[in-house]
Design a protein around this ligand. Structure first.
Ligand code: GRF
Length: 205
């Protein structure tokens, strides 16, 4: 079975959408671990309710609750993780992890990169910037991770019309609906080995 680790920092609605697609048999993968930098995030309620193994990572281990990057690498290696999926993970990925999982870490960004990305562009900040830009479309982007925020090659994107929205929150809701479909779909493309990476672009076979 294709094994994924899902990294989260918040409510975990993308984690739940991945889980649901697996339950339906549409996504043929297993969530072998959930990793977070926030020991009290809502997504962890979901992992405990559904008996999914979870790890909290931190630079300074707090009362044995958290583990270090080195320990995480050992755990993920032991689990034979095929793909790391960042689904609302708000901390920079340690370089050791990036080097060990080259072209095996993907992120979902709630806008159409390369616009509206980079440091500080997360959560409602992104949607506010899109709203203020007067853009008529937004969307979701799945891309590879490298050392620079929101910079890795784009794997897939889906756009949504936002010409009638009145608030950034409305954009967030429209984009989230797309995210929940796009992320499991792209993971399944990895499962089926359909992602072709070239120097400039990523193709779907
Ligand atoms: C999503 O919009 C994701 O694209 C962004 O953070 C949000 C996370 O939502 N990076 P959730 O935790 O999956 O509900």
């Amino acid at each position: 079975m294709y094994k994924i680790a899902v990294f989260v920092s918040g409510r975990g609605s993308n984690l739940i959408s991945i889980f649901n697609q697996i339950e339906k048999g549409i996504l043929k993968a297993e969530i072998a671990a959930v990793v977070t930098n926030k020991k009290d995030c809502k997504a962890l309620d979901f992992t405990s309710e559904n008996a999914i193994q979870s790890f909290v990572i931190s630079n300074n281990s707090e009362n044995n609750v958290s583990i270090s990057t080195t320990q995480l690498l050992e755990k993920l290696g032991g689990l034979k993780i095929d793909l790391i999926v960042l689904a609302g993970y708000l901390k920079k990925i340690p370089i050791e992890l990036i080097n060990s999982y080259k072209n095996k870490i993907i992120n979902i960004h709630p806008a159409l990169l390369p616009s509206f990305g980079g440091k500080g562009m997360y959560g409602i900040n992104v949607h506010r910037a899109v709203f203020n830009s007067s853009a008529k479309v937004s969307g979701a982007t799945i891309h590879f991770i490298d050392e620079i925020y929101d910079n890795g090659k784009i794997i897939d994107q889906e756009a949504v019309n936002i010409s009638d929205v009145k608030t950034p929150e409305e954009i967030a809701a429209k984009v989230l609906t797309i995210e929940h479909k796009l992320l499991p779909r792209v993971i399944q493309l990895f499962v089926e080995n359909k992602i072709i990476i070239t120097d400039q672009r990523v193709y779907i076979n």
